[in-house]
Design a protein. Sequence first.
Length: 225
Amino acid sequence: MSTLSNVKTRRGEANPPSVRFTPDAFPEAKSSKTGVSVRYAVTPEKKWFVFRASYGREDKASDYLVEDGTYTYIAKKYVERYIRGKRKRYLQTLIPNLLFAYTTEDKAEKYVNSTPALSYLSYYYNHFELDDEQKNPPLIVSCDEMGRFVKATCNKNKHLLFVDLSQCHYKSGEMVRVMEGPFKGTEGKVARISGQQRVVISLSNIGLISTAYIPTAFLQKLDSE
């Protein structure tokens, strides 16, 4: 494993320990209404489904799913606004209307098509594939990719961005890992966005997520497989 220039490893380690996306690395999913919480647990029968909740009702949908025992994740970031001269800090959904749920196919189908209380919920479809009926299937995100996405966004940093490819000016195609700072453990590609060096994480068929500014000394190049 090679490092980018000026990188400093902890306690002089030549090869710092790799980051594993274990269940403990995922935050608890919690209902804001009842306080019910669900821990992320890897199960062969479950997959990461992507749902779209119309008119910004992703939190409402998440509450329902969590109370039903389903683990959910909504990427958010802190936003500051001045209201009547006072600074207010609140959470804003990073990818509007999208909700990620780790559940079985049967339960996902029930939520979308057989639950009146979730009439506003629909699948986010994979527009790059066709099923046997020549229709776009529901988008499913792999556990590894979801782990990288959660690692990059769970700190709710106010500088997180949901960006378009045209906004990214990649320095190289190499994968890196952030070794220090609030984004420690995040893996992605180095790019310049809004004039700053950042690490960009790809979420297949959805888009790109950018960290805040990352100094070169905090980056470690990953070996290509």
